[in-house]
Design a protein around this ligand. Structure first.
Ligand code: NAP
Ligand code: HSE
Length: 432
């Protein structure tokens, strides 16, 4: 087997960059036999040289000058782990045009500008790989693009944000309210200092845009994804969900139907017997339905230094093999269709509704009549608890077009007997 050195540059030495540095060191003795070459880090781009110097054994690798990397022809692969859109996008495009291959973990960039970077990679016959951008250490991009290429996929559904899964797990298992569970997640380092992108469903939305594009061979950008966070979920909703045989999870759901693609991230009641209901703490999982494979599930660590680095180094090794076998640029953009993305009101869902209403005869009948007049069929109803002078009722609907459901709710909210619509949460599965 040929013995050669492939030089790599890291852009960024934060959580993920440090992980990549460590994993490459851990692989040092194996990599020549494993992939036919030795991968060496030749330069690392950071902003703060002093801070970064404390993290590695060879501070001479550090630079704060991108041109030193771009103009170094001995560097064949650039690993972008800085984050953000700019200057990351410019650096990636410049690297590809200069004949370098690019690996990234940057879901924000891939979800909104993936097409531009993939086109640039294809024009230059270079590889652009981003396994770490979705669900960290879990292999899912390569399985979708390669191992499952013999399928028409109808659904990709997953728990793709660890922070919110940790929070919902604590709310479920320990009865915490959202604020308490978020504070714990922050204390334990699961939630970032600014947790907005996680708790508002934006981080998961970016990952679902990428998954939907690959699964359905049609470009979906982050801007197409319907997103809703978990800040309004209460411990009480979780208790009612349990009575209904469900847990509440922040679900990323992408479906491909004749009428178009639907892609959304929303908290949903998930039946306890569904495999995703058992995915707890900060773990992620992605569940795929294909016409040949049937159901397949991928489970593991969706973030963190070493799991994310595991995915990145896998991409780097793949590119090294392609370089050695002169077949780079082999798998580029796989979006060869142009399927429309559905508007929110045309999507069909089941709903869990929690209402505070007057406790007197005829109130339930009034609500049922409004729902019925708008083609919203009631599948289940619970009236168990009194909340002060008011009755608390929970309604679960059958599958309904969201536009019809919203029309019905406008009227329900205006009924004199209805004091508050306390929760509206979608229900996954069991559609009929
Ligand atoms: P991080 O800890 O904040 O590290 C960012 C690094 O990039 C720092 O070394 C920073 O240097 C450097 N950097 C930022 N802007 C730069 C610029 N303009 N020029 C030079 N260096 C720059 O971030 P991270 O958590 O490692 O995340 C990196 C990427 O991986 C992001 O795209 C993120 O979405 C993705 N990702 C992260 C995880 C995870 O678990 N953390 C999981 C999956 C994907 P200074 O410190 O000198 O500013
Ligand atoms: N903040 C993300 C999460 C990890 O909680 O899953 C990076 O994608």
């Amino acid at each position: 087997m040929s013995r050669k050195v492939i030089n790599v540059a890291l852009l960024g030495l934060g959580t993920v960059g440090t992980g990549v540095y460590k994993v490459l060191k851990m692989q040092q003795d194996d990599m020549e036999d494993k992939i036919g070459a030795r991968v060496e880090i030749r330069k690392i781009l950071v902003r703060n040289l002093k801070k970064a110097a404390a993290k590695i054994e060879e501070p001479e690798l550090l630079t704060n000058n991108w041109k030193e990397i771009l103009e170094d022809d001995s560097i064949e692969i650039v690993v972008e782990v800085m984050g953000g859109i700019e200057p990351a996008k410019t650096y990636m495009l410049e690297a590809l045009k200069a004949g370098k291959h690019v690996v990234t973990a940057n879901k924000d960039l891939v979800a909104s500008h993936g097409q531009e970077v993939l086109d640039c990679a294809a024009e230059n016959g270079r590889d652009f790989l981003f396994e770490a951008a979705v669900a960290g250490g879990i292999p899912i991009i390569r399985p979708l693009k390669q191992c499952l290429a013999g399928n028409h996929l109808s659904e990709v559904v997953g728990i793709v944000n660890g922070t919110t899964n940790f929070i919902l797990t604590k709310m479920t298992q320990e009865g915490m309210e959202f604020a308490e569970a978020l504070a714990l997640a922050t204390r334990l380092g699961y939630a970032e200092a600014d947790p907005t992108a996680d708790i508002q469903g934006l981080d998961a939305g970016r990952k679902m845009a990428i998954l939907a594009s690959i699964a359905f061979n049609s470009r979906v950008t982050f801007e197409d994804v319907i997103t809703e966070g978990i800040t309004h979920i209460s411990a009480k909703d979780i208790r009612y969900a349990r009575e209904l045989g469900c847990v509440i999870k922040l679900m990323g759901l992408a479906r491909n139907a004749d009428s178009g693609i639907e892609v959304r991230v929303q908290p949903m009641l998930v039946p306890q017997d569904h495999p995703l209901a058992t995915v707890n703490d900060s773990y992620n999982a992605v569940f795929v339905k294909g016409d040949a494979v049937g159901d397949a599930m991928f489970y593991g660590r969706g973030a963190g230094e070493m799991p994310t680095a595991s995915a990145i180094v896998g991409d780097v090794f793949d590119i090294v093999r392609n370089i050695l076998f002169h077949c780079t640029g082999r798998i580029s953009c796989t979006c060869y269709k142009n399927i429309p993305v559905k508007e929110a009101e045309d999507i069909e869902s089941r709903f869990f509704l929690r209402l505070h209403v007057d406790d007197r005869p005829g109130v339930l009948a009034g609500i049922a009549s409004v729902l019925g007049n708008n083609n919203v069929s009631i599948a289940q109803m619970i009236q168990k608890h009194k909340d002060g002078d008011l009755a608390e009722i929970v309604v679960v609907t059958s599958k309904v077009r969201e536009g019809n459901f919203n029309d019905a709710m406008m009227i329900v909210e205006g009924l004199n007997a209805v004091h508050k619509v306390s929760s509206v949460i979608r229900v996954y599965g069991g559609e009929r």
